[in-house]
Design a protein around this ligand. Structure first.
Ligand SMILES: C[S@@+](CC[C@H](N)C(=O)[O-])C[C@H]1O[C@@H](n2cnc3c(N)ncnc32)[C@H](O)[C@@H]1O
Length: 303
């Protein structure tokens, strides 16, 4: 078709003229997140952008976490979800009132920024969404490896990071007000949910793009009290297959293993990150060394 003879540069200009879509701003995650996918933006960011500009479809992300890709895209029509309630409460609360969260964070910082204060804050879960959100941001900047981990009761249980260098101006450790407002702007029009991925995948239809970044097989999975098991991986592959049949473009990533390759044997393209890099010259070997990028459409890897 004529669409395929258009050079990428011309496509980009067409996007610029499309006033339904603002150009992506460099909005960054507010949380440090285990398994954060900032590196994936280089591989699929522009491709997702171009696809949605052409179809007018929705961006759907069922494993949002730190939200690196969704924040970069900042599209008006996004469906974002994560099974972790505290994480999604954080985004909803920042959309509702970034200034209030920032004020609550300043109060927590005034308690102190050291090991004692950390365990005081960790031991006390506030009763309001604003309080809980500020607490999460506080703990996230001081905990070991910026990890988000819960025990079987769903309680945040990461220890204090003793090696952390605390600056004189302790507020410097925490995201600034611009970062708070960045989340507000990026997600203000998004539909935010907190549920299992299956409920989100089933919303996908013609012209939509689904990006699925689950906890990897045989890797860290204590983001939620239930963990993420082989049966969940099988369920996910099946839900994504159904979304693909409903007309959505699918991008999934996971560890490279025979199990994963078999689950996605229905997908047109299963690439190692190195193979994806060969297609996409923006991905300069950063991140995702041993992982797979599974997609139903190679064009989303285009630059
Ligand atoms: C690898 S992380 C996603 C990281 C994200 N792409 C980023 O850039 O920060 C996987 C996420 O899956 C979520 N999760 C675990 N089980 C889930 C389930 N059954 N349904 C939806 N989300 C789930 C976890 O809470 C975690 O945030």
């Amino acid at each position: 078709s004529s669409k395929h003879s258009v050079k990428p540069m011309q496509l980009d200009l067409a996007i610029l003229k499309d006033d339904r879509l603002p150009m992506p701003q460099q909005k960054k995650p507010i949380l440090k997140y285990a398994g954060g996918k900032t590196w994936l933006i280089d591989y699929v960011g522009k491709g997702i952008w171009r696809r949605l500009a052409n179809t007018g479809g929705r961006y759907i992300e069922p494993f949002l976490g730190g939200g690196a890709v969704a924040l970069w895209l900042s599209l008006p029509d996004m469906i974002l979800s994560d099974k972790s309630c505290p994480i999604m409460e954080l985004y909803q609360t920042l959309v509702d009132g970034p200034g209030e969260v920032r004020a609550a964070l300043i109060k927590l910082v005034s308690i102190g920024v050291d090991e004692d204060a950390y365990y005081t804050v960790r031991g006390d879960v506030p009763r309001t969404p604003v309080g809980r959100t500020a607490r999460l941001i506080y703990l996230n900047r001081l905990d070991y490896n910026g990890l988000y981990r819960v025990n079987k009761a769903g309680e945040f249980n990461v220890p204090y990071d003793k090696s952390k260098k605390i600056p004189k101006d302790t507020m410097k450790l925490f995201p600034n007000l611009g970062r708070f407002w960045g989340i507000q702007q990026a997600f203000a029009n998004a539909e935010l949910f907190s549920c299992d991925f299956a409920n989100i995948c089933r919303l996908a239809g013609e012209g939509d793009v689904v990006l699925a970044d689950p906890p990897y097989v045989s890797a860290y999975d204590q983001y939620t009290e239930d963990g993420f098991h082989d049966a969940d991986h099988a369920r996910l592959a099946e839900e994504l297959r159904i979304a693909y049949e409903a007309g959505a473009t699918i991008i999934a990533n996971n560890a490279d293993s025979p199990f994963v390759r078999e689950l996605y044997d229905w997908a047109p393209h299963i690439l190692t990150a190195a193979e994806a890099r060969a297609i996409n010259s923006d991905g300069e070997g950063r991140g995702g060394v041993d992982c797979l990028i599974i997609t139903t459409d190679l064009e989303v890897l285009g630059t």
